[in-house]
Design a protein around this ligand. Structure first.
Ligand code: 6PG
Length: 245
């Protein structure tokens, strides 16, 4: 595993650098394989990066063929896509509706399903079909974008929840007691099969967890520590507040 930690002054600079990395990897993947597969992160941190990508596309300065990009999600809240809490809703508002991306290239997690397990199974079928997977093979994403919560969770792998220890299935529904809600999330084997995982972490509220994650905190307590692609890169893009002592 190749790991980089890049520190920036603030969220804006993190977002610019992450947008540059996204664009470079997309161009390389499209040139090499004819397509680029990316799983988007949810939450609020990625919004600035998504807006930058949308702006560059509008100004036609991104030199990206969006018809060659397949967009997935790392996780989803158990709400309909019209709900402001939905990760799809956030990504659609900031990016997907603003770039020339065919609707068929957007693979959202159908969390309008009353049973989160049904949504997880449907998304798994989407992965199997899109990546032409056989048996229990894991999809290899060109890029997986992730964030980190103040508790060290990533995607919807929250400390102490069942999904953190899932090593067979690709996608699971995960009950999160502290939020009293279901989530649907990619699992560790998928995250660690990626060519590149890019984590954006900003803000002072993340500093205590970052110290543990970069130090000797346990992965059970700080699940983002499990992110270690066996044959891929991990790039942390953090602001100074997130790594302040
Ligand atoms: C989600 C994300 C989650 C997020 C972290 C950080 O559904 O919320 O998948 O893992 O990346 O909670 O969120 P912020 O970027 O809002 O701090």
């Amino acid at each position: 595993m190749n790991k980089q930690v890049r520190v920036f002054d603030d969220l804006k600079h993190v977002a610019e650098a992450a947008a540059d990395e996204f664009t470079a990897r997309a161009q390389q993947a499209i040139a090499r394989n004819g397509r680029f597969t990316v799983a988007l992160a949810g939450g609020s941190t990625p919004k600035t990066m998504y807006s930058i990508l949308a702006r560059r596309s509008a100004k036609k300065t991104d030199e990206l063929d969006w018809t060659r990009i397949q967009v997935f999600f790392g996780d989803e809240r158990h709400v309909p896509p019209t709900d402001p809490a939905s990760n799809f809703h956030m990504a659609n508002e900031t990016l997907l509706s603003k770039v020339p991306l065919p609707a068929a290239n957007v693979h959202r997690i159908h969390c309008e399903e009353p049973d989160a397990n049904v949504a997880a199974a449907q998304y798994d079928r989407e992965l199997v079909s899109s990546f032409a997977l056989a048996g229990d093979e894991m999809p290899r994403f060109g890029l997986i974008l992730l964030g980190m919560g103040p508790d060290g969770h990533t995607a919807s792998l929250f400390p102490g929840t069942a999904a953190v220890q899932e090593l067979s299935r690709r996608v699971v529904a995960n009950w999160v007691p502290k939020l009293n809600t279901w989530r649907v999330t990619l699992t560790r084997p998928v995250l660690n099969q990626a060519e590149c995982v890019l984590l954006m972490v900003c803000g002072a509220e993340k500093a205590p967890a970052m110290q543990q994650v970069m130090g000797d905190g346990s992965p059970e307590q700080f699940p983002v520590k499990y992110v270690a692609p066996s044959n891929g890169e991990v790039i942390w893009m953090v602001d100074r507040e997130a790594i302040s002592d």
